[in-house]
Design a protein around this ligand. Sequence first.
Ligand SMILES: Cc1ncc(COP(=O)(O)O)c(C=O)c1O
Length: 411
Amino acid sequence: MTISPFSDDSVPLRLLRERAFNLRWAQLPKGVIPLTAADPDFPACPAVREQLARYAGEGVFSYGPPEGLPRFREAVSDWMCATRHMECTPGMVFATDSAASAMAVVARASLKPGDEALIPTPVDFLLHHTITRAGATAVRVPVTREMTAEEFIAGLEAARTPRTRMLWLCSPHNPLGVVYSREWLRAVAEWTVEHDLRILSDEIWSDIVYFPHHHTALASLSRKVAERTVTVYGFSKNFALAGLRIGCVICTDPQWRETIVAAADAESTVFGTSVLSQVAVIAALRDGAAWLADFVAHLTTQRDYAVERLSRWPGVTVPPPQGTYVLFPCISSLDEDAERFCRRLRDQARVALVPGLPRWFGEGAGGHVRLCFATSRGILQEAFDRMEPVVMGMMADQPAKPTSLGKTDLA
Ligand SMILES: Cc1ncc(COP(=O)(O)O)c(C=O)c1O
């Protein structure tokens, strides 16, 4: 009998407690369930594990080429052409040591102190972080789940100044879970063409999209849009490779790409991407598509389960995300202070969530919490079984009864 790679038994709790950092199992007190950083609780697909073992077993670890192994660049470009109808050649792909570092290098190559880049808010903190680290200014433009392109463009127009150089987008959007439609993206892209702005399109979540929604790669809209766009892509979310720190930049414009490669300082070998991490990605893209489809099928049922459980919390509703594996409900009916709410859940229910603080998501996230559901059904159910009495106790303004420890291996 084969065990599903996404069952309770497939979650390697002992190893996660040793290895899963970034607000997760290895960093929190034993017994706390982390629904925090968006990093799956499952091991990587068999193809990745086999190829890493084979390559490591051969024992040759020479320097790789600065822009990435030819087979890595080919695997990414084939994947982009096949799954996104994006015109992408290996020469456009530049390997980086994570999507975060791809964003940082694009910021360093494309912005200088005094320049401004428009970003949606709320959004993952990395957009703001990497722009400001490059010495430029990130200007926040409000976005909501329901916002039309016209409304968003009105916000962009109000925020645009003579110093505006770029627009940074994130689709599927973390934490709102929106997958922007082709029409929405086209309208926004046309606005950037009109104002001669460049675009960074963070598409790290683009493989985690739920039926009937469909990811549109910004660079697939037209040649004109592709020329002013860099796509940031990664392998932490889709293939569970966060610790291998591997991602890439896809850039059509050869001159811009040269600037990005120079800013990365990979030619000098001061920086560069581990060949082992690239080998893992080649295996994932060549032989991991079926595993990824099963993962998304598992996530679909997890998403629906989590949305249903959340709807039992008084005054809390959240639409099912169209993409990503995070939920971002407004919990202000329970507590105006999301940080206090999360502290209470961590202490009383022993479940950790991410509070909607400006530090994580910018303005517009107040009163919200983010919950990651990329775990097994048993763990997610245990987390909700623990949180529910605490939340109900809050409504009754009573201290919650001590939570049951539930499954012994989670205690
Ligand atoms: C929207 C977004 N961009 C970029 C990243 C960074 O990914 P990586 O692990 O490849 O640095 C994340 C990870 O949470 C993310 O959610």
